[in-house]
Design a protein around this ligand. Structure first.
Ligand code: H79
Length: 487
């Protein structure tokens, strides 16, 4: 909700100050040495699994416009753009349908906790421009429209479950009347190609607003663990588009420990290869952000030394749609989590709550299934490192260094016929245990190239049975066993 003056003299002075330091773009990261960075990133690297929440005005529309489904696939958080509605038309239809129930976030946080998520990231504002907090610099926010601060309610619910929390914040804005969408040919806008309905626009005024809202989010809710920016294009990114270095520095000044992604940028040094959400590069210069963000796509191989987080939907949409029934199976979801951990990354798995905050039965079922698996096998995911094997024909692995020894977790997807599992390594083994069947005896032999494990005839867990191997020293891995070339 707006108060009298949009920007105080102090804000303007601060903005000017940030402009003056922008000649030193690495300012935010440069003060930090590698050990400090490792300490800051530690919880995130150990967490491996988080819940993403896409929730906003679009949730009430539920993929329907003027009584008709807009489609049964794809992101219905984009519905305003899909139907090419101006913000007034969109708001008029969507606002009456957005009816958050009291305590809406409690179920999300409980489900996240139950599933084994360590953090939860909510859309504070998506591309439609509607902010879920009580913003002093906007009338298009939950404070103005519902007289509520939905971010406060979310933060309280997340903290009550002991979860780390973050905000997804779109820098694209389909509402703000000074956002100069014609500056980018690549970024989406419902009115793209059409003249501004309000005459000339002043993008700098939009940027003041963007920076002020980000400041509210990092000032008013205690520690914020993650800022998940979305997104930039090759033709509109970074300083030119968002005054990105100032924005990052201002956020860091308020939240020194915060972890931010790379989406204020879209260039190779920032971890991007193309405009495709799977077009990521295998490196990132930390001045552009802390981690890279493959979307709806798992990298083919691990990325040594690189922090990455794969975000994915449960069906095909981020925002709730009544028409999307393409739910991923429990097997796919759990194996994705394992696959990503084996490559050294995090999995940010999305829920799209309905307008009242409630969840579909499919959503609850999926997260509970992951939770049941994690309750037994979580130690093979949390605080682990990427697989030391170039390739395992039957599944995946993760590893952990323990004193002078190493613990390997083998995740068996394809149970060996006859129960004999060949692991392409020589190793000095101190202990072996099936996490899902701890009392089952497993005999270990060697056949020259392999360590051979004699397992029960049937898999204790059909989705992914985890074998914990405690080794006295680092294994000698057969590096010649490689992934076959894709057909
Ligand atoms: O918030 C989610 C997406 O809305 C957002 N990022 C995630 C986390 C996103 N914005 N742009 N993109 C992703 C890239 C473009 C994706 C597209 Fe589509 C695929 C545009 C058209 C097809 C998905 C489906 C979005 C609209 C329809």
């Amino acid at each position: 909700m707006k108060t009298t003056a949009r920007f105080t003299a102090g804000t303007v002075a601060c903005l000017l100050l940030f402009v003056s330091v922008s000649a030193r773009p690495a300012a935010a990261g440069a003060a930090e040495n590698p050990a400090e960075r490792d300490a800051r990133m530690r919880w995130w690297r150990e967490a491996r699994f988080g819940m993403f929440v896409h929730w906003g005005l679009y949730s009430g529309l539920a993929g329907t416009w003027e009584g008709k489904p807009v489609g049964d696939k794809g992101g219905m958080e984009w519905i305003q753009q899909r139907v090419k509605a101006d913000t007034g038309t969109y708001a008029k239809k969507a606002i009456p349908l957005f009816k958050p129930a009291p305590g809406f976030a409690k179920e999300w946080a409980k489900l996240a906790k139950q599933a084994g998520c360590k953090y939860i990231v909510l859309t504070s504002k998506h591309h439609d421009g509607f902010a879920l907090h009580d913003s002093k610099v906007s009338d298009y926010d939950a404070g103005s429209v519902l007289n509520r601060d939905l971010i406060r309610e979310f933060v309280d619910a997340a903290r009550a479950e002991g979860l780390r929390l973050g905000f997804y914040h779109s820098v694209i804005d389909w509402h703000h009347d000074q956002y100069e969408y014609a500056l980018s040919k690549q970024l989406p806008h419902p009115l793209k190609g059409k003249p501004y309905p309000n005459g000339k626009r002043d993008h700098a005024a939009y940027l003041k607003f963007l920076h002020a809202q980000a400041d509210e989010l990092v000032s008013n809710y205690g520690p914020v663990d993650v800022l998940w920016w979305d997104y930039s294009s090759q033709d509109f990114e970074g300083d030119a588009a968002w005054r990105a270095f100032d924005l990052m520095a201002a956020v860091r000044a308020k939240q020194p420990a915060i972890i931010m992604n790379n989406r204020l940028f879209r260039n190779p040094a920032a971890g991007w290869k193309s405009m495709g959400t799977d077009g990521f590069a295998l490196s990132i210069d930390s001045k552009y952000g802390d981690f890279i963000t493959p979307e709806q796509h798992i990298p083919a191989t691990g990325m040594p030394g690189l922090d990455f987080e794969v975000c994915m939907t449960l069906n095909t949409t981020w925002g709730y749609s009544a028409h999307d029934h393409a739910w991923k199976s429990d097997e796919t979801l759990i194996r994705n989590l394992v696959d990503i951990a084996s490559k050294g990354g995090n999995y940010l798995l999305n829920i799209g709550p309905k307008a009242d905050g409630s969840l579909t039965p499919e959503t609850v079922k999926a997260f509970r299934a992951i939770g049941a698996w994690m309750a037994v096998n979580g130690e093979s995911i949390y605080e682990t490192a990427a697989s030391p094997f170039p390739y395992l024909p039957w599944g995946r692995s993760t590893a952990r260094k323990d004193g002078s020894g190493v613990t390997l977790y083998l995740h068996v997807f394809d149970w060996p016929a006859g129960g004999e599992l060949k692991v392409p390594m020589k190793a000095d083994i101190a202990g072996v245990r099936l996490l899902a069947a701890p009392d089952t005896k497993v005999a270990v032999t060697a056949d020259g190239k392999h360590t051979v494990l004699r397992l029960p005839a049937a898999a204790p867990d059909k989705i992914a049975t985890v074998i914990k191997l405690v080794l006295k020293s680092a294994p000698k891995i057969d590096m010649s066993v490689k992934q076959p070339a894709a057909k």
